[in-house]
Structures are given as structure tokens and as C-alpha cells.
Design a protein around this ligand. Structure first.
Ligand code: DAK
Length: 270
């Protein structure tokens, strides 16, 4: 499928367009479930993967920008969909696994443009981008522990590499959010800009990249990732099994029930 046809597709959970003026243009993808703060449902992740792969295959596209709304990049995986699962159904269905890492197959640079909440799977998706430009309103966090679970899309592995062990432990264990200024100091984001300049800044960066040799940009991406990842995949695989296993715990049930009932959870630590 060409990018021309991907912009003709009517998506339900994302908005897709091609922007730019040069020979090679930018594929812009906006997450678009505003009522759920862009919670990353299965259909959304399917659509996102389809758009990413179409742009990656299009010679007219040099770079991709992935963004959300002013209020939220994404508030995490879709909690109502996860809540009913048991360990066995999570394990056997590979709960929310199949379409989560499509972005890692993309060989062209992907810039994350983050405003508002980037929480749980939203923070993990942002970290799967090649670099993050943040609005001064951005807030990053891995609050899964409040739901009685742990991250399942690389949060325990990528966050320490991005911000140091101490800050990652702090965020993962206390569920506190990091604002944009702290995220920049910690190295999670490459730059912070006023919220009303987020898209112009991200698209300008993309335009700069579009102007460089495509194979060079792809090779730089591949090599930086080689330096960065090391045995990361082992960690993510272990993380995935424990993520599934936690659907056998009382605290997962309590954490998600409490979220859905809009009350404070009462964990039993089992
Ligand atoms: N899912 C579904 N709906 C969500 C949501 C989510 N993650 N986050 C927010 N919403 C919905 C709220 O339920 C609310 O809906 P209504 O009640 O209006 O119908 C609406 O968005 C607005 O939210 P609030 O009313 O709560 O707005 P506030 O400004 O008061 O608070 C908030 C914003 C983002 C702080 C709060 O909504 C919040 O704490 N949300 C939950 C954040 C969270 O816990 N995220 C982590 C979810 S767990 C894996 C891949 C990924 C994952 C796991 C495995 N594999 C590949 C295996 C990821 C897991 C997660 O992300």
C-alpha cells in the first residue's frame, strides 16, 4: 500500500496526513480517541501499525511524526479491555501483545511529539519513538502499580536506560509523574518547547531529517538502536510473562475494579 492510499483510508482511532514541502515529506499520525485520553485500544494499535508500515514503505516519506492531542499523548493501554482478563486468557491470547511493537519494525526515523499525559503504555509507546520532543505540558509516568500490575511494553527496561536506575525505580514504584522539565533533565526527551509550538518544532525537525540521505538516516537509527538495546529483548520477554502472570493476582483485580468504580483500591499484596 502506498502512502497516497493510506491517507485515503478512513480510520476510527487515528488521523493520518502527509505534510511538508520538499521532495520527501513527513507522515503525520495523530492518536485520536479524545474521550479516553487516547487510551491505546486494540483497534487503535492495529490502525497505528498499518499507518506506520505504509509510511515506512513509501519512498516519498522520509520521516514519521507520532503525536496525540493537547491533553494527552496517550493515557496508557485501554483499562476496560484489560480488566476482565485472567492469567490464562492473557497468556493464551498474548494480551495486547500482537500489535504493540509494530513501531519497532519501522526503519525510518519516528519522532514522538508529546503533549499532556504519556502514561503507562503511552509512555512506553513514546519511548519506542526514536526521539521525543515534548510540550511544556507533557507529563510522563508508569502508573501501572496503582492498578496492581506492572508495565508490559518495555517500561521496566527502557525507562532505566533513558533516565537512570534511580529515577526509573522512583517513577515505577511510586507511580509519580515526571513533568517536561524533569524529563528533559533526565534525558527522556530531547527538547522541550512551548505547547503551541510543539507541532511546528516536530515537523521542522522532520523536515530537516527529510532533507538528509534516506539510507543514512535509516542506518543511524539502526546503529543507535544497536548501541541502546543490548540484551533488552530478554528483559522485555521476561517482563511480558510477568505482566500476564499478574492477571492471576488479587491486586490486579482490585486495582482495575477500583479504577473502573472510581474509588481508591485496597491492595492485599497477593
Ligand atoms: N484506559 C481507558 N480509559 C481511560 C484511561 C485508560 N488507560 N485513562 C483515562 N481514561 C478515561 C477515563 O476513564 C475517563 O473516562 P470517562 O470516565 O470520562 O468515561 C476519561 O478517560 C478522562 O479521564 P479522567 O476523568 O480520569 O481525567 P483526569 O484528568 O481526572 O485524569 C489521568 C487523567 C490520565 C491521570 C487518569 O485518567 C488516569 O490515571 N488514567 C489511567 C492511567 C493509567 O493507569 N495508565 C496505565 C494503564 S496500564 C502491553 C502493552 C501495554 C501495556 C501492558 C502490556 N503488552 C504489549 C503486553 C500497558 C498497560 C497500561 O498502560
Amino acid at each position: 500500500m502506498t502512502s497516497q492510499s493510506i491517507t485515503d483510508v478512513t480510520f476510527e482511532n487515528i488521523l493520518v496526513e502527509i505534510v511538508g514541502s520538499g521532495d520527501r515529506k513527513t507522515g503525520l499520525i495523530r492518536l485520536n480517541r479524545p474521550k479516553q485520553l487516547n487510551a491505546l485500544s486494540d483497534p487503535l494499535m492495529d490502525e497505528l501499525g498499518r499507518a506506520l508500515l505504509a509510511f515506512d514503505a513509501d519512498d516519498g516519506i522520509g520521516c514519521i511524526v507520532l503525536t496525540g492531542s493537547e491533553r494527552a499523548f496517550a493515557a496508557g493501554a485501554d483499562i476496560p479491555t484489560m480488566a476482565p482478563h485472567t492469567f490464562m486468557s492473557a497468556f493464551k491470547s498474548g494480551l495486547i501483545s500482537k500489535n504493540w511493537e509494530t513501531i519497532l519494525q519501522v526503519r525510518k526515523p519516528v519522532i514522538g511529539a508529546v503533549a499532556g499525559f504519556a502514561l503507562g503504555g503511552g509512555c512506553e509507546l513514546a519511548m519506542m519513538c526514536d526521539f521525543i520532543i515534548a510540550a511544556d505540558t507533557a507529563r510522563f509516568g508508569q502508573p501501572e502499580i496503582k492498578l496492581g500490575i506492572i508495565p508490559g511494553a518495555g517500561g521496566t527496561q527502557r525507562l532505566p536506560r533513558a533516565v537512570s536506575k534511580s529515577k526509573a525505580m522512583d517513577m515505577l514504584l511510586t507511580a509519580r509523574m515526571m513533568d517536561a522539565a524533569e524529563a528533559e533533565r533526565a534525558g527522556l526527551v530531547s527538547r522541550v518547547v512551548p505547547a503551541d509550538q510543539l507541532m511546528s518544532e516536530a515537523l521542522a525537525a522532520a523536515e530537516t531529517i527529510n532533507g538528509f540521505s534516506g539510507p543514512s538516516t535509516m542506518l543511524i537509527k539502526e546503529l543507535v538502536n544497536l548501541a541502546y538495546q543490548g540484551p533488552l529483548t530478554d528483559g522485555v520477554a521476561v517482563e511480558r510473562r510477568y505482566f500476564h502472570a499478574l492477571f492471576g493476582s488479587d491486586d490486579q483485580r482490585e486495582g482495575m475494579d477500583a479504577f473502573l468504580a472510581k474509588r481508591a483500591p485496597s491492595f492485599k499484596h497477593r
